[in-house]
Ligand binder design. Structure first.
Ligand SMILES: [Zn+2]
Length: 290
């Protein structure tokens, strides 16, 4: 009886999710979020937004990726806005590629000067930078686009919100590369301490299955599920063009999502472990897709 009990205990310990290792350095990701907070809110037309793009580009070069900053303007409500996408490439074999994405912009919210957007934009930007060090050469090329202008100024519309992802999707159409984009994984709001990624319904079923399969293999099933609702996010312009895409987003941040788009979206709400879990799942998905 005692032996059986010990065996049971050993089995329990071996299934402990904290024991599952990750290649991602969660503490380093936290430092990358703090860095963005120190730049200031990365709001539309701000110096902080420009500085953030230069920082992302320099981190990408350090990791050995090719980088291009695509800058353009759009007129909205009588005002000219400047946007920048940071396009990072790890060249691979053949023309096909896997696309990773995240937005780095902070929503401009009147009367909320202390909105630092640690999780909403900050977390996924940090994780993409950390991921660049761990994605090996070999296999299909990987493109990582840090989108600007995900947040809308007033309400999501054809000319408000998702500016960076719409721009990049249309560039793929114009260059004839759309057919080579074999999958898109979008990361957004991925570091809540209370991590649960309910993958939005508007996404590719086989990519959802792959995410859940990888999570299960690592004993992280409690952090991932298939959500029942759709989310308007930077994966949508690619879904609309027929690219298999999913959004890894934890869109339940604080009680009833009450930290989202408020001054409660601070770094204290994040956990290094959440970065490690989502980052490792993304790495293993990439291995299968390449
Ligand atoms: Zn947002």
């Amino acid at each position: 009886m005692r032996f059986i009990f010990i065996v049971f205990l050993v089995l329990l310990t071996s299934c402990d999710e904290e024991a599952v290792s990750s290649r991602i350095d969660g503490e380093y990701c936290m430092a990358l979020v703090q860095k963005q907070i120190d730049f200031g809110p990365r709001v539309l037309n701000s110096k902080a937004a420009k500085v953030t793009t230069e920082w992302i580009a320099s981190e990408a070069k350090k990791a050995g990726w090719e980088v291009e900053i695509d800058e353009w303007t759009e007129k909205h409500r009588g005002k000219v806005n400047t946007y920048r996408n940071v396009i990072c490439t790890l060249p691979g074999e053949g023309k096909d590629f896997i696309l990773l994405g995240s937005h780095y912009d902070t929503k401009t919210i009147a009367g909320m000067p202390n909105f630092v957007s640690a999780n909403d934009g900050g977390s996924s930007t940090a994780l993409l930078i950390e991921l660049m060090k761990h994605i090996p050469k070999g296999g299909k090329s990987v493109r990582m686009v840090h989108f600007d202008g995900e947040e809308c100024e007033v309400n999501y519309a054809h000319n408000d919100g998702l500016h960076g992802s719409k721009r990049y999707a249309s560039q793929l159409v114009l260059s004839g590369e759309l057919r080579n984009c074999k999958a898109m994984i979008l990361l957004d709001m991925i570091a809540d301490k209370d991590l649960h990624i309910a993958i939005p319904a508007n996404g590719d079923d086989s990519l959802k299955d792959l995410a859940l399969e990888v999570a299960k293999k690592n004993n992280w099933s409690q952090h991932f599920s298939k959500g029942k609702t759709s989310v308007l996010d930077d994966h949508v312009p690619f879904v609309d063009l027929g690219v298999p895409a999913i959004d890894l987003i934890d869109f339940n941040y604080g009680p009833n999502n009450s930290y989202w788009h408020t001054e409660a979206d601070t770094i204290e709400k994040l956990s290094p472990r959440s970065f490690e879990i989502v980052g490792e799942v993304t790495l293993q998905m990439l291995e299968k897709l390449r």
